[in-house]
Design a binder for this molecule. Structure first.
Ligand code: ZN
Length: 591
């Protein structure tokens, strides 16, 4: 019997805006215009001598403008997601984006002034800025590495035709690539996204052909793409290490994430030490697929033998149940999302694919989009997105500027509630085939998110060092193969075509060292989950504390306050212990 009876449906957006046209809507725009004009007028009050109260008045007005902008943009994006073919929604989104860009330009002077301000007045104002403090501190984080104004201007100007142009060229070249693959006896031309789906094809020949075609096309431009990479990397070093004075190339990214260098290093080391776990997993997977050894082509091969379908009402009950068992407070927040009719779960033509959660303002119930079919994956996705909603609602006491958690902690509640859901499904499951699929889903995900991403960054650290010292594209290819050999040990057969994999990863061109954020987020959650398994109920208030911080302090501070030490290898190892446990269960299932 369904307990809650929440049916699959579309959402309502009325809590965001009363209307998107007409008198009421025009009134909101007029009010926003008046607030921005008032903010512009406060420009002359900005000086090192500004009084505490005046400064706080400016901040409050800034927050109000930000909140109205957030509402308008959220409405536009959610409406568009409902039906991407709706011309009216497309038009509204264009109009709101333009408005938002104009508002940002007109209020930009504030952040420029704040970043420039000397240390002494800045510290005085930070001391009285309460919940705004971390937001304000974050804007000044790069100040010690900022050069003189003329130098910054030169860098900005030269970047447009320099490193930014290189990144654009990379995109222009690779976005034009088209791939050919024989499917059902017919050669089809496809994009990379289309081709990538065949990495999960049931046929071993199709999987191999898909990878071979991917790297055939990339390798044809290998020398050019490799050269572009070397230039980006050398520019990164000359600007950030030589001119700005960062300790190392990765320190730039760490500062952006507000993660201390040693913490990032510890994380990567622990990932490295735990690769034997994945080797074990790949060997087990090989046995299940009936082969001696997996090829790299087979890492994501599907095992699916069982398919269970969960009706939507049942999935909602499962999500709410799994949260209630953990913390009734969290479950109460999740229930609001359904009760307020903020979930769009049904399948409709024109609706955006995938799933997301959109938390707009503190205290305002977030919106969740899903395309619910009823597979185990869909249930986990629902748990994931509801976890995001819970996180946003737990942080409701913060300002609009600080309730959103920062990138390294952004996936905490979502992945944690997925883990609770895995537990819930596992405890109830009697069919070993369904259970196996569930555990395989978790381990496949952990390999792709934790291990693979960490190894991209390990490659980048070495590639930045060598490219700056004059390495060629061939040297970097060889380095990449070494990286893969370490990653897979002898558990997987590597073919030579994978030496080109690195030039096919846009992140390492566009945002160097970005990828460890994925490993960080996922492993952090697993580590927290391990603590929960150890400590039981006493863990719950500590976890709630982490969520309640939102984005109002640094990740290290938030996790530290809850009593955990991110600098300790043991903490991260706890995350791998959870995966180890799942692996043990899988091996028992095999017997
Ligand atoms: Zn997420």
């Amino acid at each position: 019997m369904p307990k809650n009876n929440f049916e699959s449906s579309a959402w309502t957006l009325g809590d965001l805006l009363p209307a998107h046209e007409g008198k009421e809507f025009e009134h909101i725009l007029a009010e926003l215009e008046q607030q921005v004009a008032q903010f512009e007028a406060s420009r002359e009050r900005l000086s090192p001598e500004i009084s505490d109260t005046e400064f706080l008045d400016v901040m409050r007005l800034y927050e109000v403008i930000y909140a109205t902008g957030a509402r308008l943009i959220a409405y536009a994006q959610l409406w568009f997601s409902e039906d991407t073919q709706n011309q009216e929604a497309v038009g509204f989104m264009g109009r709101m984006e333009q408005l938002s860009a104009e508002m940002q330009n007109r209020t930009l002077f504030f952040s420029l002034w704040w970043k420039e301000l000397d240390e002494e007045p800045a510290q005085r104002l930070l001391a009285v800025s309460g919940d705004y403090a971390y937001y304000l501190e974050s804007m000044r984080r790069f100040k010690p590495y900022t050069l003189s104004e003329p130098e910054e201007k030169v860098i900005n100007l030269k970047d447009v035709n320099g490193v930014s142009a290189l990144v654009n060229l990379y995109e222009m070249i690779t976005n034009r690539f088209s791939f050919k693959l024989e499917v059902d006896g017919e050669v089809k031309e496809m994009t990379r996204a289309e081709l990538s789906q065949y990495a999960r094809d049931p046929s071993p020949e199709v999987r191999a052909a898909a990878y071979q075609e991917l790297y055939r096309v990339y390798s044809e431009q290998g020398t050019v793409l490799g050269q572009i990479y070397s230039n980006i990397v050398r520019d990164w070093a000359s600007e950030n290490v030589t001119l700005r004075g960062f300790d190392s190339p990765i320190s730039v990214r760490n500062l952006g994430n507000d993660i201390p260098d040693p913490v990032a290093e510890t994380l990567l080391n622990v990932c490295r030490e735990n690769m034997p776990l994945f080797h074990r997993y790949f060997r087990l997977k090989a046995r299940w697929l009936g082969v001696d050894k997996l090829r790299r082509y087979d890492v994501y091969a599907p095992l699916r033998t069982a398919e269970r379908i969960y009706p939507f009402t049942e999935a909602v009950d499962l999500v709410l149940d799994s949260l209630t068992q953990f913390s009734p407070t969290l479950a109460g927040h999740a229930r609001c999302v359904f009760a307020d009719n903020h979930v769009d779960s049904e399948i409709r033509p024109g609706k955006r694919g995938g799933a997301f959660c959109y938390g707009v303002l503190p205290g305002l119930t977030p919106w969740v989009l899903a395309n619910y079919v009823g597979k185990t994956d869909d249930v986990l996705t629902l748990a994931h997105e509801l976890g995001h909603s819970v996180h946003a609602l737990m942080a409701a006491d913060h300002s609009t500027l600080t309730f959103h958690s920062a990138l390294p902690l952004a996936e905490t509640a979502s992945v944690f509630s997925e883990m609770l859901m895995v537990d819930r499904l596992r405890d109830a499951e009697r069919d070993p085939a369904v259970l196996r699929d569930l555990l395989v889903t978790v381990l496949d995900g952990a390999y792709a998110t934790v291990a693979r991403q960490a190894y991209f960054v390990l490659f980048e650290i070495e590639a930045h060092r060598r490219a700056t010292a004059g390495a060629t594209t061939d040297d970097l290819c060889a380095l990449y193969l070494d990286n893969l050999r370490e990653q897979f040990g002898d558990s997987v057969t590597l073919s030579d075509d994978f030496r080109w994999e690195w030039i096919a990863i846009p992140h390492i061109y566009e945002a160097p060292f970005y990828c460890y954020a994925y490993s960080f987020g996922q492993l952090l959650v697993l580590a927290l989950y391990r603590q929960y398994k150890n400590d039981g109920k006493s863990f719950v208030p500590r976890y709630e504390k982490i969520l309640a911080y939102g984005g109002s302090a640094s990740p290290a501070h938030i996790v530290g306050e809850a009593g955990f030490d991110m600098a300790s290898p043991d903490f991260w190892q706890g995350g791998f212990d959870v995966l180890q446990g799942l692996m043990d269960e899988l091996e028992v299932l095999e017997a």
